[in-house]
Design a protein around this ligand. Structure first.
Ligand code: SAM
Length: 375
């Protein structure tokens, strides 16, 4: 009996992985490999039906190009193993073939697509807490671009934001009731996770206006009210928990930035352009600075973290893939020159469970997590 239960839980979770990989628009080879594993090595009727149903749904949601690719791959694989392709699968593929030229034109126009990122929580006590109610998954719809480069950098989902999101969801106690400020927020995934674990305030920023408007759309799609705020009015609309700010590091002034005084600063995949480092680090210094009391009782701003106001020192969590050692070393040199200290926390704070186990395109071992604070 116990073994039967275990088997059914196992196959339920394999189905969940196939579905989650499909919704996240993982490479079709990866979805097909998961589907094959799920159905015991060949493509059973039930797994074909699952893929067909999800393809129909995806097409209805505007992701027809992806659905077509997957159907094609599925038909190839089933035919290769001399299996029987479901009529529905052939029919759906034929439908996509007849609309192919229209879809190809859309690809050339660089359309945005919606990926659904499913964080799958293991059924253990760690996640059964008020900030993460008993639901077994968190599904985040995100509009993003298929084109990672050419001006769409901030509209793509980068591995470090997946890592930082897993980190936030794995250690909610670090963020619940904290005021959090993210630099270079991109599609807004980390901010959505921060809101999920009930951060007191979530301030999302980006220097690119198109990225910012895409981020706002994603907040809406995730039912989060945001406050549209210019950098110049930091004191206003305090009631809104999520704020979106246009913040190019080059032009952000120290005094304006230091008004925000977050408990935690976050950044995912923001260490890649050496020409930006001095500006990014100046912004970090201003955000990590705490006001301290003068002799006459008024507050002055000083780099040293204060305990005078009963707040712990601010810390920045920066996740990054180190693609170029020289670039990263240049960043470290500047960190030191600007009187900041940096610690590699990758091993110490590794999330205990993979929340994206189905996402084979995401190699979390490539991402490093650093904390940065004032010296
Ligand atoms: C590689 S993307 C990472 C996006 C997101 N954090 C993620 O990991 O998915 C870098 C982000 O930093 C933003 N960015 C780059 N240079 C910037 C600058 N000088 N000022 C403000 N934001 C900048 C980009 O617009 C983009 O959203």
């Amino acid at each position: 009996m116990a073994a039967a239960n275990e088997n059914s839980t196992e196959s339920e979770s394999q189905y969940l992985h196939v579905l989650s990989a499909f919704l996240a628009m993982e490479p079709v080879d990866s979805v097909i490999a998961l589907a094959r594993k799920c159905s015991g090595g060949s493509f059973t009727e039930s797994i074909q039906r699952l893929l067909w149903e999800t393809c129909v749904q995806a097409a209805a949601n505007g992701n027809a190009i992806y659905a077509k690719k997957l159907l094609k791959k599925l038909i190839n694989e089933v035919e290769l193993e001399k299996g029987e392709v479901l009529d529905e699968v052939y029919e759906e593929y034929a439908l996509h073939m007849s609309t192919a030229s229209k879809e190809d034109a859309l690809v050339k126009e660089n359309i945005r697509i919606t990926k659904f990122i499913s964080f799958l929580f293991p059924e253990v006590g760690l996640y059964k807490r008020p900030s993460c109610p008993s639901s077994r998954k968190l599904v985040v719809p995100l509009q993003c671009s298929l084109n990672m480069l050419e001006g769409d950098t901030g509209c793509s989902i980068w591995p470090s934001s997946l890592f930082l999101s897993e980190f936030v969801l794995s250690y909610p106690e670090l963020f619940t009731d904290k005021s959090c400020f993210e630099v270079g927020s991109g599609v807004g995934l980390v901010g959505i996770c921060l809101a999920h674990v009930k951060a007191k305030k979530v301030i999302l920023t980006d220097g690119d206006l198109l990225t910012l408007s895409n981020m706002k759309l994603n907040l809406e799609r995730n039912h989060l009210n945001y406050d549209d705020e210019l950098l110049k009015q930091p004191g206003e609309a305090e009631n809104t928990r999520v704020k979106c700010i246009h913040l190019p590091w080059e032009t952000a002034s120290d005094s304006e930035v230091s008004e925000y005084r977050p408990d935690i600063v976050l950044g995912a995949d923001v260490i890649y352009d050496p020409s930006c480092f001095p500006h990014l680090l100046r912004v970090l210094v201003a955000l990590l600075r705490r006001p301290t009391k003068r002799d006459n009782g008024s507050f002055e701003t000083e780099d040293r973290a204060t305990t005078l106001q009963g707040r712990s020192p601010a810390v920045a969590y920066i996740a990054s893939v180190i693609r170029n050692a020289d670039t990263f070393n240049a960043f470290l040199t500047l960190v030191d020159q600007m009187d900041l200290s940096i610690t590699d926390l990758t091993e110490e704070l590794k999330p205990p469970y993979e929340l994206l186990p189905y996402m084979h395109s995401y190699d979390r071992s490539k991402v490093r997590l650093f904390s940065i604070s004032s010296r």
